[in-house]
Design a protein around this ligand. Structure first.
Ligand code: SF4
Length: 326
């Protein structure tokens, strides 16, 4: 039985806007197992990034975590609820035991500081080095780890002197500098050229193997999922609709949304076929549909789907779906 590193339970995040309360994620529950790469997939706006940010309480106003628990199993065997820790406690974990790689390397780095300073600072704030001078010296090794060419001189460069791919290597370096137990990579390749995307994915896979880290990969790219992850959580309109292994999700999708999503993109594990679009649009999360949030777009919707929220059920070992058809 795989051991969970993080257990997310009934997590809900709302945004209090002038237009109304946006129920960005509601009742989201899933586990992240030690040593796995878990992909969180779904369309833009489905709540992937909000879920990952809520894990370490990186939700900014007007957003608020209104319900849930995030149980984190520490190295010493103890378990803490990250949503209940005091601010000092969560700061110790964030960027240290749980680190982030954000989507856009151009805005993740501060243009006023050298990349060596920024990687060194990530270590200094968590007392992994005595001072920033030692941090910058150690940054050379970190940048070598992420295969940045000529790290001894690159450490003195400012972000504008590097290409997009090099910047993302620096951001990954800052993420892994403290040897995190969980690395949350939020669309780490979206802002990069296709050829560089492959290099960054190879790098992430290599680092994960080397350090036996756990990775939560947020992406809308199913090709990236097939290449990188062992398990998949599918989200739609702020809800988890299906959880399974990569093989289960790609070869036996149970939820009509997952099946439609796979038909809407070229299947990286299958043959070339005609692509289909999903009818309708993503719902407004201020007034989400009643019952199953996918019912206005689902060809199998019944009265029960319009009235009752489906809950996740295990249909085969490790394969869960939230749909009244099962
Ligand atoms: Fe479709 Fe009903 Fe299943 Fe929702 S619960 S996905 S509407 S069949």
């Amino acid at each position: 039985m795989p051991e969970p590193l993080i257990e997310i339970k009934n997590l809900s995040v709302y945004f209090y806007t002038y237009a109304g309360i946006v129920k960005a994620i509601e009742d989201v529950s899933f586990d992240i197992y030690r040593g796995e790469t878990l992909a969180l997939v779904g369309e833009t706006g489905c709540g992937k990034s909000v879920t990952s940010r809520a894990v370490t309480r990186l939700i900014e106003s007007p957003g608020r975590i209104v319900n849930g628990r995030v149980l984190y199993h520490r190295e010493d065997g103890s378990t803490v609820d990250l949503l209940k820790l005091e601010e000092g406690g969560i700061r110790e974990i964030r960027g240290n035991e749980i680190a982030y790689i954000f989507q856009d390397p151009h805005s993740s780095l501060d243009p006023l500081y050298t990349v060596g300073y920024q990687v060194g600072e990530a270590m200094e704030v968590h007392d992994k080095v005595k001072n920033i001078k030692e941090g910058i010296a150690k940054a050379v090794n970190v940048l070598r780890e992420v295969m940045l060419p000529d790290p001894e001189s690159r450490v003195k460069n400012y972000p504008h002197e590097l290409s997009g791919g090099m910047k993302q290597r620096v951001v990954i370096g800052a993420g892994i500098a403290n040897n995190p137990r969980l690395l949350i990579a939020d669309e780490p390749t979206t802002a990069l050229d296709v050829t560089v995307q492959a290099q960054i994915l190879d790098l992430l896979n290599e680092l994960k193997r080397k350090y036996n880290a756990t990775v939560l990969l947020i992406t809308h790219n199913l090709g990236v999922v097939a290449e990188t992850a062992q398990r998949v959580v599918v989200m739609y309109a702020g809800k988890v609709v299906e959880i399974g292994t990569v093989d289960q999700i790609f070869h036996n999708p149970l939820h009509p949304y997952t099946a439609a999503l796979l038909k809407a993109v070229p299947n990286p594990l299958g043959e070339i076929e005609t692509l289909e679009s999903i009818p309708g649009t993503v719902p407004n999360l201020i007034t989400p549909p009643t019952g199953c949030r996918f019912h206005p777009r689902c060809p199998f919707a019944t009265q029960a789907c319009r009235e009752t929220v489906p809950v996740l059920k295990e249909i085969e070992p490790n394969h869960f779906v939230a749909c009244h058809r099962y």
